[in-house]
Design a binder for this molecule. Structure first.
Ligand code: SF4
Ligand code: SF4
Length: 279
């Protein structure tokens, strides 16, 4: 019988709070409990879990493609319907001229080529990223999504990496999919958290940590994803603000992790799996 896979996002509004460290320590904890784990790095603009695990990204297992609009001027009647349809404001049209597609704003949603009554917009396929698979040890794989440099809209790379990881986990009967998200509350983070069973929001006891924790907890609430707090470097600041926020959202501080020299050294050497500290 196949397992029901649990998906857990490791996220946090603020960068540099130790999300990746926590994602790896959590993987290690589940391994200790004899669970089978996939860690999926969805911080696709600068994935770094592989470095923290002493790995290299070699040949991609899969390439990620998206479609972008291309105008066929012979068919276009300059009616402007595509411009009015695009919700990303990615099409510009001066009076009496052909529409111009602004690729940096385009999400590749396909609405313009679906709506054009004259079939004047073609969908052009383009590579936007890659997915890598590393076997770390028995029952523990790392799947890494990486967006091509300069790509503005990285949400589709996150969505496809996450789907690849979920299918990989289901096919091989894994127990947990742990998703390491980017920092912030923008589109790629939403794509990573969406439909997860639980989100651990990693923060630190600083005013900025508290501010950004509010934002990410609010996002989880809107996405209807259950959330818990992990307070990292818990002994280095004033945690009263974090406790207040936890109370406001009626959620737990699941774990408070003090600063650890040993952990900082293992992080800098890419040997986090070897450190003797579990969650
Ligand atoms: S909807 Fe089609 S015909 Fe009309 S402006 Fe756009 S591309 Fe041209
Ligand atoms: S594919 Fe979507 S986002 Fe891109 S130009 Fe067409 S309607 Fe706009």
């Amino acid at each position: 019988m196949k397992n029901e896979i649990k998906t857990i996002a490791i996220t946090g509004g603020k960068g540099g709070t130790g999300k990746s460290t926590i994602a790896i320590l959590l993987s290690k904890e589940f391994l200790r409990r004899r669970k089978r784990i996939i860690l999926c790095d969805c911080d696709v603009e600068c994935p770094n879990d592989y470095l923290l695990l002493g790995q290299r990204l070699k040949k991609p297992k899969k390439k990620v493609y998206a479609h972008f609009p291309k105008l066929n001027k012979r068919k276009c009647r300059k009616c402007g319907l595509c411009v009015r349809t695009c919700r990303s404001n990615a099409i510009f049209q001066a009076p009496g001229k052909y529409p111009i597609f602004i690729k940096d704003l385009c999400s590749g949603c396909g609405a313009c080529w679906a709506i054009c009554p004259h079939g004047a917009i073609e969908a052009e396929k383009e590579e936007i990223g890659q997915i890598f698979v590393n076997r770390i040890k028995k029952d523990f794989y790392l799947i890494t999504g990486q967006a091509n440099p300069g790509l503005e809209e990285t949400g589709p790379v996150v969505t496809k990496t996450k789907k690849f990881a979920l299918d990989f986990a289901k096919d091989r009967n894994f127990d947990y999919l742990i998703i390491d998200t980017a920092a912030g509350t923008h589109c790629p983070v939403i794509s990573a958290i969406l439909d997860c069973d639980l989100a651990y929001c990693v923060t630190e006891p600083t005013p900025m940590g508290a501010h950004d924790l509010n934002l990410i907890l609010d996002l989880c609430k809107k996405l209807k994803v259950k959330s818990k707090i992990i307070l990292n470097q818990a002994n280095l600041g004033d945690k009263k603000n974090i406790e207040k926020i936890a109370k406001k959202y009626r959620i737990e501080i699941e774990k408070a992790i003090p600063y650890s020299e040993k952990l900082a050294q293992a992080y800098s050497r890419g040997k986090l799996l070897e450190v003797n500290l579990s969650l």
